[in-house]
Ligand binder design. Structure first.
Ligand SMILES: Nc1ncnc2c1ncn2[C@@H]1O[C@H](COP(=O)(O)OP(=O)(O)OP(=O)(O)O)[C@@H](O)[C@H]1O
Ligand SMILES: [Mg+2]
Length: 112
């Protein structure tokens, strides 16, 4: 299992969510975050207007993913989050040691 953490443009969230549910991902956690990348803030287009930011608004999605879905999940995030302009974001893949489904007590991939 992996924990996939992706930072994406806020207006791409619905597309990313729809893509991920269509390939069988059961759950996603979303947070509104702020960050910067190589341009150190700088000018970005946000909702059609150009702004200068120190901290650029982004959405962070976190997903616990079973092994056979990992490559599909990564490609689906890339395909749905890409605008080909600066600030499209990052995907981080982290080993996930354990998962538990609280209602049933299931663990491992069965918990996802
Ligand atoms: N190395 C990093 N560690 C943690 N978060 C990062 C890192 N790089 C980028 N981020 C997060 O991802 C967001 C988007 O990064 P961004 O896509 O601008 O990266 P970039 O390397 O500058 O690529 P690009 O040149 O395409 O803009 C940042 O605002 C920040 O929240
Ligand atoms: Mg950038």
């Amino acid at each position: 299992m992996k924990l996939i953490v992706a930072i994406i443009k806020p207006h791409k969230l619905d597309d990313v969510r729809n893509g991920l549910t269509s390939i069988g991902q059961n759950g996603i956690t979303v947070s509104n975050v702020e960050g910067f990348g190589r341009q150190k803030g700088r000018t970005e287009i946000y909702r059609g207007a150009e702004y200068f930011y120190d901290w650029v608004p982004k959405v962070k999605i976190e997903l616990a993913v079973r092994d056979d879905l990992i490559e599909k999940v990564i490609q689906t995030i890339i395909d749905n989050a890409r605008t080909s302009k600066i600030g499209d974001g990052k995907i981080f893949v982290i080993n996930l040691e354990r998962a538990y489904r609280i209602r049933t007590g299931e663990d491992g991939e069965a918990a996802l």
